[in-house]
Every structure is written in C-alpha cells, then in structure tokens.
Design a protein around this ligand. Structure first.
Ligand code: FES
Length: 239
C-alpha cells in the first residue's frame, strides 16, 4: 500500500487514487475550489519525494503551472494519480501559505525559523503572495484555452462546471471561518484592513458564482446554495 506524508503527517493511500482524493480523505489542509476539475489551481502541491510513483504531468497541469514550477516539482493534486507502492512526500501550497502567514504575524519571535529574506518574515510572506498571484494570473490564459479545448473534446462538460460552482458554494462558509479565525489572531491595527479585503473577496466569489451559474444554466443553484454563495458573516473579534 502506498504511503503519503502530507504536510509532515503520514497516512495511507491507494494505487490509482488521486493525491487530492487521499488528502481530502485524511482531512489535510488543501484547496479544491473547483471540485477537482482542473479549473482553479488551489490544489497545488510541492512534491518533495516519490515523483516517480505518480502519473506523468498532463495537459491541465502544464497549462496552469509555469515551467519553473514544473521543474521544482509542483503538481495539481486533483490531476495526479498514485501509480505504485511507494512513499510520496509533499507539502500543499495552502499549508505553505499558512505557515508563512503564521511566521509573519502570529508566531512568537523566539520560535521563528531563520529567513534569508531582507524584510524578514513579513517580507517573505508578501513575496510569496505576490509571486503566487502573478504565476496564477500568468496561467489563466493557458488554463482558459485548455478548458475550452476540454469542453470541445468532451472531457469537461456542463455538469463538471456546475459541480465546480457547487464546490465553491460549499467551501464559502469554511473559507469565511478560516478568515475569521485569522483576523481574530491579528493585532487590532491590521484588522480593519483585512476586513475590507475579506468583504471584497466574498463579493468577488459571490459575483463570480452568479455569473457562472447564469452561463451554465444554474443547475448548481438547485443542488447547492439558493442564490450565489451562502452568506459568510465576517466579523473582527477582539482578543
Ligand atoms: S481542485 Fe481545482 S485545479 Fe485542482
């Protein structure tokens, strides 16, 4: 039986199971905003060992991931299957972001790991955020082209897109909760700024969900939230 080490936690897996499937089964900290249809890149992981036990990179991954990321072992967990008995070690991008955020704003100074970034841990977090945003945006045209190609050849159907919208709707309350917890751990001076950002994020998700549902016939509206994503109460809790 294959073994996984996800974000430092050891667990089991099955041959032909996807990395995302195994990670979700073990409740690992991983994104899957599109429900595993290769439309969002939130399931990105960094493989540290065991790459030869995984399925080769497919066209969806090549569309989303820059050449540099491909070279450094980044994969989309929803697109990768485990192909043989081996130990595969990886870190999710969501967990990497959480650790950097924690180092920048929440951890006690004496417990911090060393950083070579000239602006310290805060600079390291914002550099990561900036680079990830840029590489994500850079991947959008290719990924959009790839999605159109998959619609044409029948690999991506209306049901898959509605499924992806439903996944967004289902995840929204969970995302809101994570944001709430994060804000409550921040110094009071930063909290108003983050509230604006989280409100804006919710509005963007809401608007995007409505547009996609409108374009795809709104099947997701019947199986998921009634009208757009569910309301996520975002509030600042004082320490
Ligand atoms: S879950 Fe969206 S690309 Fe993998």
């Amino acid at each position: 039986m294959p073994k996984l080490e996800i974000n430092g936690v050891t667990c089991d897996a099955f041959v032909d199971e996807s990395l995302l499937g195994a990670a979700r089964r073990h409740k690992a900290h991983i994104g899957y905003a599109c429900g595993g249809h290769g439309l969002c890149q939130t399931c990105e992981v960094i493989i540290e060992s065991g790459m030869d036990a995984l399925s080769p990179m497919n066209d969806v991954e090549m569309a989303w991931l820059t050449a540099e990321k491909q070279q450094k072992g980044h994969r989309l967990a929803c697109q990768v299957q485990i192909k043989k008995d081996a130990t595969i070690k990886f870190t999710t991008r969501a967990e990497k972001a959480r650790r950097l955020f924690n180092n920048a704003f929440l951890a006690k100074k004496e417990t911090l790991p060393p950083t070579s970034h000239p602006q310290g841990h805060v600079g390291e977090f914002f550099s990561f955020l900036g680079m990830e945003t840029l590489s994500h945006l850079a991947g959008v045209p290719m990924a959009f082209g790839n999605a159109v190609g998959r619609i044409i050849d029948g690999r991506l159907t209306l049901n898959s897109i509605n499924d992806a919208v439903s996944a967004w709707s289902e995840r929204a309350p969970e995302i809101g909760e994570i944001i709430n917890k994060t804000i409550s751990g921040l110094p009071d001076a930063i909290a108003p700024v983050t509230t604006v950002i989280t409100d804006a994020t919710k509005n963007v998700i809401d608007a995007a969900t409505k547009i996609i549902k409108g374009a795809t016939g709104g099947t997701a509206a019947e199986s998921g939230a009634k009208d757009g994503v569910q309301a996520v109460p975002i509030k600042v809790e004082k320490k």
